[in-house]
Write a protein that binds this ligand. Structure first.
Ligand code: SAM
Ligand code: SF4
Length: 341
């Protein structure tokens, strides 16, 4: 079991397998994207698997694959199969925009991955196209259907709440009434853009602003009021034991009798650093100890020139360096697509 220097158990590794993406969400990437890393700057599948094997020996048992868009990287299914075979890795999940799930959901399940988070911020086709700068809502919805058909579970939907987007929260709440789908509302975070002096980009040419940040308590109050007015009943808290298998910081609620749940994730308004259980490996092989911190360790060099013992030492160094809490609220050098969320 790995613990960091603040006594937290660290058993969860997020691996970004690519910095590339087939969408350009306004809060994640600039309109013209970010310059892709060259092929040799990105960790090979073999390097990631070697890292995962050493990390498993250090106490990591859960892996989430992310990106960029993890499903755009060729070879992802075989990678999942090989990670599943790593001793000590008990579970693998993926965070995806869902658009390629119709192609891959069944193969992923066959390879041993059933836990999926699909990012979807609106149920309005036009707004979806505008948020993703060109994506089609029907593709993401088809991805969610494909996940159900392939038997993936739990199926979670990540909604980043941005005030100026005026999202229809009730539409998402309605989805939970007849299907076991778990919608999590995530506070918009000021990640990326530090070098340009503009954190994120909430709309064309604009940066992250405090005004666009909606605290989870407000989201929850809206869901409660709108759900009651729509006749869904009273929104009730779900106990930790009853929550859809989670590795993270969401607090869950449900309307009476609903098979699905609604969750809120509050990295800014109620930061959950005390419960942080994770490390992050970026696609170009940097080990990050905190989403909000630009302090990184160079895992790529160690993987390319060092021994297993060196990789182990690096992981231990990261555990020792993990900050107690995030103290930077606005802007990091890397954008979310270059970290993996
Ligand atoms: N492309 C995949 C996807 O969209 O699910 C995986 C990578 S994406 C960077 C991971 C998660 O980060 C997504 O759920 C996305 O909505 C979220 N995200 C991106 N930028 C964000 C921001 N500024 N604040 C909060 N969440 C953000
Ligand atoms: Fe791509 Fe995901 Fe970022 Fe959207 S949130 S641009 S889908 S990496």
């Amino acid at each position: 079991m790995a613990t960091d220097s603040h006594g937290r158990r660290i058993d969860y590794l997020r691996i970004s397998v690519t910095d590339r993406c087939n969408l350009r969400c306004v809060y994640c990437m600039p309109a013209d994207g970010v310059p892709w890393k060259a092929h040799d700057e990105i960790l090979s599948w073999e390097e990631i698997e070697r890292f995962a094997a050493v990390a498993a020996g250090e106490g990591i048992s859960k892996i989430r694959l992310t990106g960029g868009e993890p499903l755009v990287r060729a070879g992802i299914v075989d990678h999942v199969r090989r990670l599943r075979a790593v001793t000590g890795i008990e579970s693998i999940a993926i965070t995806t925009n869902g658009t390629l799930l119709p192609k891959y959901a069944q193969e992923l399940v066959d390879a041993g991955l059933t836990r999926v988070n699909v990012s979807l911020d609106t149920l309005d086709p036009e707004i979806y196209t505008s948020i993703t700068r060109g994506g089609k809502l029907e593709d993401a919805l088809a991805g969610i259907e494909a996940a159900f058909e392939a038997g993936m579970a739990p199926i979670k939907i990540n909604v980043v709440v941005v005030r100026s987007l005026e999202q229809d929260l009730l539409g998402f709440a309605r989805m939970t009434l007849d299907r076991p789908v778990h919608v999590r509302f995530i506070e918009y975070m000021p990640v990326g853009g530090a070098e340009e002096g503009v954190a994120c980009s909430s709309a064309e040419g604009e940066g992250w602003t405090e005004a666009d940040h909606v605290p989870s308590d407000e989201t929850l109050a809206l869901l409660t009021a709108q759900g009651a007015a729509a006749g869904f009943g009273e929104l009730q808290a779900v106990s930790r034991d009853d929550a859809p298998g989670g590795w993270g910081p969401a607090h869950y609620y449900r309307f009476p009798g609903a098979p699905g749940t609604l969750g809120v994730i509050s990295p800014l308004s109620h930061h959950f650093c005390g419960e942080c259980n994770r490390l992050r490996l970026t696609a170009d092989g940097r080990l990050r100890t905190c989403l909000f911190s630009d302090d990184e360790l160079d895992a790529r060099s160690v993987l390319r020139t060092g021994t297993q013992a060196d990789v182990r030492e690096l992981i231990q160094e990261a555990l020792a360096a993990k900050p107690e809490s995030h103290n930077m609220r606005v802007g990091t050098v890397r954008r979310m697509s270059q970290i993996g969320g």
